[in-house]
Design a binder for this molecule. Sequence first.
Ligand code: ADP
Ligand code: ADP
Length: 218
Amino acid sequence: TAALRFAGVSKRFKDGTVALAGADLSVAPAEFVSVVGPSGCGKSTLLRIASGLDDATGGTVDVHSKSLGYVFQDATLLPWRNVAHNVGLLAELEHLGKRERQARVAEAIELVGLAGFERHLPHELSGGMRMRVSIARSLVLAPDVFLFDEPFGALDEITRERLNDELLRMFIQRRFAALFITHSVQEAVFLSGRVLVMSGRPGRIKAEVAVPFAYPRA
Ligand code: ADP
Ligand code: ADP
């Protein structure tokens, strides 16, 4: 069964704006799917509905996950908490025991390449490092479905390329299902085996493009 499935999903906001009109999509377990499209075509709405932050007004949404990771463009770190304490935040909310939490926090920090920065505060980090903290915070809960809303959109190009490399490495290690929103076709093609193209208004998925040999699959 799919990790994530939309069938005929629509969203009409209270002011009458139609952001989604009959969107169909499906993401298999351990599959990385990107969604590209111009600003305003409904990408964020799609992701917010997948995450449960917002409700569809029509159609059906199925999410099969024990744990869902969600990363926004804005890293939304707590400024008074150091890196380790920001990364541990969701684990604390889930009431994981202290030892288990510390082990997972250390592993996630290592995985995003921030070992040695545990005690730094967010304002002491670059934008790319803050995004790594945000990703690590979600990794701690070992999500089997990961939702990314234009996570690298605010970063400079070199940092962005580096994070794309690292995200791909994480994906190959951890094998989560991912739905990755971006307006960069290049980024989508680099990261995904399949790219969904949205366009027009109201938002529909217009096309689906398979990317051959996107990354090692075994
Ligand atoms: P994208 O992420 O592709 O830029 P969005 O999903 O943010 O697009 O928005 C899709 C459309 O829905 C846009 O026309 C946007 O202005 C509109 N929209 C988004 N959120 C709301 C809201 N809360 N109320 C009314 N319209 C909204
Ligand atoms: P404190 O560090 O104030 O004693 P905790 O030990 O409860 O508080 O840690 C709070 C969060 O930060 C937990 O998620 C913990 O796992 C994590 N944490 C704190 N310091 C480190 C560190 N040096 N390495 C890994 N995780 C850490």
